[in-house]
Design a protein around this ligand. Sequence first.
Ligand SMILES: NC(=O)c1ccc[n+]([C@@H]2O[C@H](COP(=O)([O-])OP(=O)(O)OC[C@H]3O[C@@H](n4cnc5c(N)ncnc54)[C@H](O)[C@@H]3O)[C@@H](O)[C@H]2O)c1
Length: 388
Amino acid sequence: MTASEPGEPAGLWLVGARGSVATTAVTGLLALKAGIIEPTGCVSAQVPFDQAHLAGWDDWRVGGHDVVPTPLAKRAEQLAEAGVIQYRVLEAVREPLAEVETQLCDGYQPATHRGSQADAVQRMATDIAEFAERHALARVVVVNVASTEPEFPVLPEHGTVAALDAAITEPGRVALPPSSVSAYAALRAGCSYVDFTPSTGIRLPALQQLAAQRKLPYAGSDGKTGETLVRSALAPMFTSRALTVRSWAGTNLLGGGDGRTLADSDHAGSKLASKTRGLAALLGGEVTAPLHIDDVPDLGERKTAWDHVSFEGFLGAKMSLQFTWTGYDSALAAPLVLDLARFTAAAHDAGQSGPLGALAFFFKDPLGADDHRLAEQFVALRDWATSL
Ligand SMILES: NC(=O)c1ccc[n+]([C@@H]2O[C@H](COP(=O)([O-])OP(=O)(O)OC[C@H]3O[C@@H](n4cnc5c(N)ncnc54)[C@H](O)[C@@H]3O)[C@@H](O)[C@H]2O)c1
């Protein structure tokens, strides 16, 4: 792919394209193109990012992979039923939604895949390359919004591109989790890559080496949309006021597909780890911070987080703060997916490669940056984006 010109079409390729976050992002993008909604929640649409060189809503074409056949229109209806998407919006975008449907391909599923993982990478890279060719796209950003995976063991083969290539060409061998197969396919197709999930994805030395060789930018991990967002705003308040946080306990109740996935403790492990790392970095490792996630199907697409913070002030006085956050997770996540696509495409255009630490503002477990404080992350994003 060659450098893009302003106004040229750009591609957004969603892995997990039929999920709640993806369907909300696509419906929202189509509604923004039609001019029937405001870009509420889109960081990139506000001052000063309106001055940055970002692709406009009209410039984007969407495609993607998924492992289920549920039509996008059906998923959008379910989201409307659940209160995430307004019916008037759904009705207005039915036609372009049907067009996006034609751009979706089968994802990689180890249980049904025949052949080697190298074959899967090749086939998926071809899907993305053909999408780019069909729409004459100078840039495609691949965003992983597929179900959170169980943690995958680190293998010696993950160390270099050569070792990984040798491992994945063995038929039947599972040397990579599906998220990393997708990340590999993205890089092979010459695309930038964003991981909105806590899955392994691009976080393997071999894949990061490949991104460096191909001069491709990437960002992750795990979108910061609810409880962790509030934590990253509040924790610096305690530290800057020299108040000692003694414990910070969190309970998450969620329904939807994510709730079902995270009800399985294997799948929840990576999510709990990415949530916990941020708080430890903000407050220091000594704080007691129990955290758990419960699946409550009755909540549908809503998620409630309840946090109890116990802290100590002058003369050892013990005090506490509690907050309850209730949100539609997909409505919080979808505009960030669009922001990330715009910023990452602009970084690629500007010749940046490697981890985009300036996008840490969007993530629970940022790649390429150590600062978890929300206000500082916003300043870093603003300075970076306006200098592109
Ligand atoms: N909603 C939020 O606020 C938020 C915040 C941070 C991270 N996330 C992450 O975003 C992801 C998506 O969340 P969601 O609520 O849309 O979940 P979801 O269950 O509604 O959607 C996930 C989609 O991924 C698909 N999928 C599963 N395995 C796949 C594979 N190997 N290849 C391609 N597609 C595959 C599923 O079929 C499904 O359509 C999750 O990993 C979640 O943890 C969401």
